[in-house]
Design a protein. Structure first.
Length: 220
């Protein structure tokens, strides 16, 4: 992901920067969705193929499966970019994101509950007597799903930041127009001052309605 700005917490980003980050974030989420499909295909190839075939058709399944990324090849790049985004937008969830990937310290035995994505990338599993699989690579699927949920939560956080900055920009513009209306009033241009103040009030009320999802009904 190119050119991620420093941090929302160290400086206030412009609307343009936030819009660019939003586009990059959407692309990163889409790559995550593709990896989500890929890891399921790698773990359950026959079941996944049958389900996908029923959804998109037998004639398209070969191209679809061929277009899926390799989870083991592409995950690390995706994860590095996700860390940067989460650190910037949801720093409180960064440790949660890492715990889903990193091996827990002091782990004595591999289990479904402590299996992490790093184990999956190394191809680890646990077998019991008679080669019975106790913990399989599929245990990484819910871990990756949680990482994807954390990334999606960043999108909501970004929307809030973008909305806040737009509100601030709008407030600054309205303040400057009110100041201009005051100057007109001081110079006895009362009609012009009133018209400008009316426009400012109308914009403010429209913004309030949009913020609360209120519909405006115009009576004829």
């Amino acid at each position: 992901m190119g050119g991620v700005p420093e941090s929302l917490h160290t400086r206030r980003m412009s609307v343009g920067e936030l819009s660019k980050l939003q586009a990059d974030l959407d692309a990163l989420i889409q790559r995550g969705n593709d990896l989500w499909m890929a890891i399921q295909y790698e773990c359950y190839p026959e079941d996944f193929k049958a389900a996908a075939e029923a959804k998109i058709g037998k004639d398209k399944i070969a191209d679809y499966l061929k277009g899926l990324p390799s989870f083991k090849s592409e995950y690390q790049i995706w994860y590095s970019e996700v860390q940067a985004v989460v650190k910037q937008l949801l720093p409180g969830r960064l440790d949660d994101l890492k715990r889903l990937y990193e091996k827990p310290s002091g782990r004595k035995e591999l289990s479904h509950g402590n299996y992490v994505i790093h184990d999956y990338l190394q191809g680890l599993c646990r077998k019991g007597s008679y080669e019975q699989v106790i913990v399989s690579a599929s245990s990484a699927i819910p871990q990756f799903e949680q990482q994807l949920h954390i990334l999606r939560a960043c999108k909501q956080r970004l929307k809030s930041s973008l909305f806040d900055i737009r509100q601030m920009v709008q407030a600054d513009l309205l303040d400057s127009e009110i100041d201009a209306a005051r100057e007109l009033a001081k110079n006895r241009y009362l009609r012009a001052a009133g018209a400008m103040a009316g426009v400012v009030l109308e914009r403010h009320l429209l913004s309030v309605c949009e913020s609360h999802n209120l519909k405006i009904c115009l009576s004829g």
